[in-house]
Design a protein around this ligand. Sequence first.
Ligand SMILES: Cc1cc2nc3c(=O)[nH]c(=O)nc-3n(C[C@H](O)[C@H](O)[C@H](O)COP(=O)(O)OP(=O)(O)OC[C@H]3O[C@@H](n4cnc5c(N)ncnc54)[C@H](O)[C@@H]3O)c2cc1C
Ligand SMILES: *[C@@H]1O[C@H](CO)[C@@H](O)[C@H](O)[C@H]1NC(C)=O
Ligand SMILES: *[C@@H]1O[C@H](CO)[C@@H](O)[C@H](O)[C@H]1NC(C)=O
Length: 613
Amino acid sequence: MPLTQIFGNLSLWASFPAFLLYYLLYSSFEMNDPEGFITDAETILTEYDFIVIGAGSAGAVVANRLTEVSNWNVLLLEAGGDEGMITDIPGAVQLLQRTSIDWKYRTVAQTGACLGFNDNKSNWPRGKILGGSSVLNYMLYVRGNKRDYDDWEAKGNTGWSYDDVLPYFIKSEDNRNPYIAANTKYHGTGGYLTVQEPAWTTPLAAAFVEAGVEMGYENNDGNAAKQTGFMLAQATNRRGRRCSTAKAFLRPIRNRQNLHISMHSHVHKIIIDPVTKQATAVRFEKKGQIYQVNAKKEIIVSAGSVNSPQLLMLSGVGPAAHLQSFGIPVIEDLPVGDNLQDHISLGGMVFTVNKPFGSTEARYYTLPALLNYTMNSAGPLASLGGCEGLAWVNTKYADPSGDFPDIEFHFVSGTPASDSGRSIRFNNGVRDDIWEKYYKPVMDKDMWQVIPMLLRPESTGTIRLASSDPYTAPLIDPKYFSKIQDLNVLIEGTKIGLALGKTEAFQKLGSKFYDAIFPGCEQFTPWTDDYWGCFIRHYSQTLYHPAGTCKMGPSTDPTAVVDPQLKVNGIQGLRVVDCSIMPNVVSGNTNAPAIMIGEKASDMIKADWLVTK
Ligand SMILES: Cc1cc2nc3c(=O)[nH]c(=O)nc-3n(C[C@H](O)[C@H](O)[C@H](O)COP(=O)(O)OP(=O)(O)OC[C@H]3O[C@@H](n4cnc5c(N)ncnc54)[C@H](O)[C@@H]3O)c2cc1C
Ligand SMILES: *[C@@H]1O[C@H](CO)[C@@H](O)[C@H](O)[C@H]1NC(C)=O
Ligand SMILES: *[C@@H]1O[C@H](CO)[C@@H](O)[C@H](O)[C@H]1NC(C)=O
């Protein structure tokens, strides 16, 4: 639990009075606030018009939009519970992983990637809570590149071009930055989702943007006309608190009579008639009891890129031979769980500075910082876990013809060694020997890092069942760097990151790359491509954006699982609405796109049932 992690540290006991105060103010504020907590459904009917599985980034939106139709009723099923006071604090994001609100997935052992992590595996946190992964995430608000969506459309996904999806990004948005919101062609105000910059940044953030300008990039809004460039982070942030999709889309409508939200409800199976192939009901477990509830119109699967394919396979929709090997009767043979794409990056670079600007734990959990956050929602705890800047840059491999960068930078005013070794090393699964040798010597110094992230991986992996038991985690194999070009692009991105440290903007702060040799890479000549390749293969950090496992495609595409209306091929009354439908992962972070997918799907469902029937 986050609380035991905080209070487990004796040096933090001094913070206790501040936490108590925070807790008291928090409870009185939240209880009386229009955004107040959601109560668990007391009754569950035997039948609803729609059943939505998963209250994450996309599912929360769908539940909201469908219950705008007052004569429809909707059951929203979520395996986790409601948010609490720790999830609200942006600066405490590192404390959320590996707790009960995280599915705590791990990939299978990778070959040629994740070599610096325990068992050569990557930890894959996923939100198990109302709001889903939007509760565990770093809150960065990013939409991707125009060309992503135009490419989807060009592949036969009619209605998904950039011009088609832009209105849905705008519809959700309540942008509170007057300069950004003024660009009304790209931004919206008055939507459910609050977007603004964090209430706190260190001076390193400004240095990052300055450094980018020095390198010839523009300082611009990467969510508007042009993506290439450097910017301060925009975030799903409301008055210094996290704005999850549960807070944005569910709390304001939690008293709608036609919406039942059932928490701690773990879905086991979607019941599909093997003859008519109509999806008719959902089976789930809640507090030890099994329920089976019918859907009159449709079942919407919004369980995310790992659990949506798992659930389809458990229900008899997936690769036939694979399902048969677990004795699951095959209802529809589809390539469910293929096409897994994730954003891999180099985590763990370390640059030191000689100014007191780093986001260190000692600056986060102090009495003044806690008081400031409690009273004003300000100070270091209002930062996005130290993630302060974003940039999209071009390596030598990027298409020179236009605005289609191949690397995204996450600029962080800290490193895995900035938190006294308390959370990040364990969240990422860093091996003890590597921690001791490479990170411990610089622990809690003033540092920053840039995390170069590969935007469009060529490597694709799979989600497969490990068992027919719905409680057994599926097998996740992203096959990082199985296509070597992914590593080549990331090596070039790393070199641009190193150049950033050499700019005047960072030199003014005494910035230095920490030049210890990364354990396991001793055999390579330092600072050559091979050396960087080895570093990347060791600290191969997921940026938590799995996508593509229930791929959308036209009827001519044998690799598609859903059609451009997000209906599961061959099945009636079943759609998938979440990041798993992306034919290709977008060139950016995936929360805002998941919300957009939820908005667009809701309109498609309404169009089907309100107009033609
Ligand atoms: C640590 C972390 C940091 C991230 N940082 C960012 C960021 O800064 N910016 C950004 O844009 N993106 C970020 N992301 C990614 C982004 O949050 C996700 O892509 C997005 O939330 C996915 O939305 P989704 O609707 O596809 O799935 P989710 O939001 O994961 O929702 C799935 C929901 O379904 C529920 N569920 C699953 N299986 C079942 C079942 N069998 N029965 C009942 N319920 C079930 C889950 O509990 C969950 O609530 C981050 C993700 C993580 C984990
Ligand atoms: C991890 O990968 C390395 C290098 O390929 C290998 O030597 C090692 O045995 C692997 N460890 C595990 C636990 O798979
Ligand atoms: C509280 O935070 C704000 C900015 O976020 C800062 O200006 C102010 O000095 C801080 N106050 C204290 C007491 O730390």
